[in-house]
Design a protein around this ligand. Sequence first.
Ligand code: THU
Length: 135
Amino acid sequence: MDEKALLKAAEEAALNSYSPYSRFRVGAAILLEDGSIITGTNVENRSFGLTNCAERSALFTAISSGRKDFAALAVACPDAREPVSPCGACRQALSEFTSGDFPVYYKGSADKVVRTTMGELLPADSLHDLKTREP
Ligand code: THU
């Protein structure tokens, strides 16, 4: 599975976006260790505060499907020309299940792709050790 295919899956997921308020479609695709992909999109609500981002939609779908073997994440924003990075809430949620070297790719409608890692997106994660504790 290459980065291009993962970004394409994210772009396809963005087409399912429910975003009548922002008119800003976002798609996310999580690559699993076996090469399969789980996608998600942003789902808005007229109360605004209930909006769920594409990244968390994909993350929660993956966890709900019993999958935690994440290999990479791609995010696509077809309504922005430049790449849009995951928001702070999504970075925190993703960090629960990923390590600092976890690859993240994101792009807008133009060809430019940003390649980064969770460690760069969420540095100085002082709660990191808590997630390794037994429940
Ligand atoms: N959004 C995402 O889904 N992911 C991001 O990384 C940035 C923002 C959504 C939330 C909202 O539906 C719309 O984009 C505008 O903020």
